[in-house]
Design a protein around this ligand. Structure first.
Ligand SMILES: NC(=O)c1ccc[n+]([C@@H]2O[C@H](COP(=O)([O-])OP(=O)(O)OC[C@H]3O[C@@H](n4cnc5c(N)ncnc54)[C@H](OP(=O)(O)O)[C@@H]3O)[C@@H](O)[C@H]2O)c1
Length: 282
């Protein structure tokens, strides 16, 4: 049985059905089973990584998909140690390409430390390091629905965005077949697109023109704080990461195609799949 942390998140909600389709048993973790919409074939367990009895949650698990929100190294180290004690054979951690590029922002540093904890815990390990997710473009929903406009920070670089379903497909391969123990995989989409190209692809998929507006970093920060209610500290953390990742976001790795034997999903396909999310609200 494979224990999936973050089962309700962006990667996890694709990973759970993909593992079940591959024929494995899945235990899916959530803090709120009543709210969570998890594939009914999975065993759903309630738990909080900060307060629950980790050995009890992990009992009987063969492999664990390790994804934690909040970039908390201690949490992942605790999971790794409890997994080792529970006799788990393989840990697969979701990290970030930032570690490959040696980025110095706090989020990337926390992932680097958590990778070390996973490698040192005892069970076999595999590290998945995706770059920026296509799903990050859901942040444009509000202004597209309200005013057919996308505001982008003028310094945002071209990015080889990855579809979360490709990350889930690689995780499924790694969790259900042998030969990936001790491997670290950088994962991106197949092409780097500028923000203008991303907006054009989205406009095409939605079927109406979108206005593309570049704004300064301070205007972009203000928008997140004032319009979207982000805590200023989280905004600073995001921009620290953006500054560090900007020179590397255009780098394309061929790992998805090498591992899966097919090209990664394109941003245009992602946009078509998710177009209805951007439609005007009645
Ligand atoms: N977005 C990107 O471009 C990008 C790129 C590279 C790497 N990453 C990495 O991807 C990871 C996930 O990112 P995300 O922030 O978008 O989150 P997410 O995976 O979409 O959602 C967070 C998940 O964590 C679970 N969770 C949160 N707190 C928990 C707790 N205390 N105990 C148990 N489960 C808990 C939530 O489950 P419930 O709410 O159901 O309990 C949910 O399933 C992060 O490590 C991030 O650094 C992101």
């Amino acid at each position: 049985m494979i224990f999936v942390l973050g089962a309700t998140g962006k990667v996890g909600r694709h990973l759970v059905p993909a593992l079940l389709d591959a024929g494995t048993g899945v235990r899916a973790l959530t803090r709120d089973p009543a709210k969570a919409r998890i594939d009914p074939r999975a065993e759903v367990v309630r738990g909080d990584l900060d307060t629950s009895d980790l050995p009890a949650l992990l009992a009987g698990a063969d492999r664990v998909f390790v994804l934690t929100q909040g970039h908390n190294t201690d949490r992942e180290a605790a999971v790794a140690q409890a997994a080792a004690q529970a006799g788990v054979s393989h840990l697969v951690k979701l990290s970030t390409t930032g570690v490959h590029f040696g980025q110095k922002d706090a989020i990337t540093r926390a992932h680097a430390e958590a990778e070390r904890a996973i490698r040192e815990a005892g069970p076999a390990w595999t590290i998945l390091r995706p770059g920026a997710f296509m799903d990050n473009r859901f942040a444009w929903i509000g202004s597209i629905r309200e005013e057919d406009t996308v505001y982008v920070t003028e310094t945002d670089p071209p990015s080889a965005l990855i579809h979360v379903r490709d990350i889930a497909a690689v995780a499924t391969l790694v969790l259900t077949t042998s030969g990936h123990e001790g491997a670290t995989y950088e994962l991106t989409g197949g092409e780097a697109l500028t923000t203008a190209q991303q907006v054009a692809a989205l406009a095409d998929a939605i079927g109406r023109p979108l206005k593309y507006v570049e704004e300064t970093e301070s205007a972009a920060k203000d928008r997140l704080i004032r319009t979207y209610g982000w805590p200023p500290k989280a905004v600073d953390g995001l921009f620290a990461l953006k500054r560090e990742s900007a020179p590397h976001e255009r780098v394309v790795f061929d790992t998805v195609e090498r591992l899966l034997g097919r090209p990664p999903h394109t941003f245009a396909a992602w946009a078509r799949e998710n177009a209805s999310a951007y439609h005007h609200q009645e």
